[in-house]
Design a protein around this ligand. Sequence first.
Ligand code: SF4
Ligand code: FE
Length: 481
Amino acid sequence: MTMMNAEQYEESLRRLNLVVHMFGKRLENVVDDPIIRPSMKAVAKTYELAHRPEHEDIMTATSHITGKKINRFTHIHQNIGDLVKKSKMGRLLGRETGCCFQRCVGMDSLNALSIVTFNIDEKYGTEYYKRFLKYLEYVQENDLTCDGAMTDPKGDRSLPPHKQPDPDQYLHVVGQKKDGIVVRGAKAHQTGAVNSHEIIVMPTLTMREEDKDYAISFALPSDTEGIVYIMGRQSCDTRKLEGDTIDRGNILFGGHEALVVFNDVFVPWDRVFMCREYDFAGQLVEDFAAYHRQSYACKVGVGDVLIGAAQTIAEYNGAEKASHIKDKIVEMNHLNETLYCGCIACASEGQKEASGTYAVNTLLANVHKHNVTRFPYEIARLAQDIAGGLMVTMPAEKDFKSPETGKWLHKYFKANSDVPTENRMRILRLIENITLGTAAVGYLTEYMHGAGSPQAQRIMISRRINLREKQKAAKKLCGIE
Ligand code: SF4
Ligand code: FE
């Protein structure tokens, strides 16, 4: 089976035996849990769209190792066109789901490893690239969702991994056997972790020789013995326990993050892609980060949804003709399309690496992600401005349905007489969801810190700009030798 559909994906998750904890207890049924299920549905969209003829060009690709048609989320970028399509795929899915659809981290890990394993082999004569290709074929053939796990808890930020009072603050090798290694540690903020078949672990920062036990990369099935998932909370998450109510805002989809603990987990050698080659840890981090910063094309799609919601509530309120509302909608679009420029530009300016994989332009990918840490906050501010205060003072759906209070709510929350009050509720709840509720994790805070906090991009920007060239251009024009 080279491409699963949405139903097959869901069934494949049912076969996993994950250890997942939430609200103080272990979940018996992860797939049907009302809080997790919307996030699973968002990943399922990546499978569903791949089977739609109108999205085939964006959502599928031809494997460079088997020549078969595969889901683009398992593809290794072979040219600039692939990179551009990846950005377009992110926007498409962001617009379809209105949240984080989680599958990009795995795609970005695979692509980064396809560059770095090759480079390690070139220097050390190891065989990581061969192993990686075998693993990649397995992922492509089974159309798997992979969690790309980079972020360690990091403990005391002033200390490198080997100097931490608790050595497990960074995931590391604690034992070596003939057939593999044993690892201990954790990865934090793991997007889509419990909707994944596989976990691909990478180091979180540049390492020195003293940290070599921390310079590891490997992949494991997500239900490997010793791996434990502890679900993160999201604002308004328990509204999902109220059933399919309007109060959820986005009644179809959601995202999730989890802390993933590796409690002395065994990794066989054929799934190890870096082991103590500390001088390549930084490259793996940078390559993954650049790809993932490009992936924030997803935010443009969620921005499309928010802009659509803002225009809709303006119409429902009868305010859409006011010049300041029109101007705010233009401003939101300007910001959102500026974001789009960034993720298309870093793809268009990509280049071929030694392994044959196409990498994005690192400077432009970092500029794009840096814009993402800012513009959505302004887009959300404008959406809340247009929405009005009712977005946060509106009573519950149950009160609208109550025979005692419903009549008052329908009467006093009516605006444009052509629009049912319920529709006004629905669109306001969607704006609330994206700017304050569960989707705000993915639209705001995750924009800030996901794929690296703003300072990480500023460091990369400062490293990649050519200031001397710019100075030369200036000096030439005014006659300085
Ligand atoms: Fe993909 Fe965006 Fe979610 Fe990251 S935040 S996994 S890029 S959808
Ligand atoms: Fe992310």
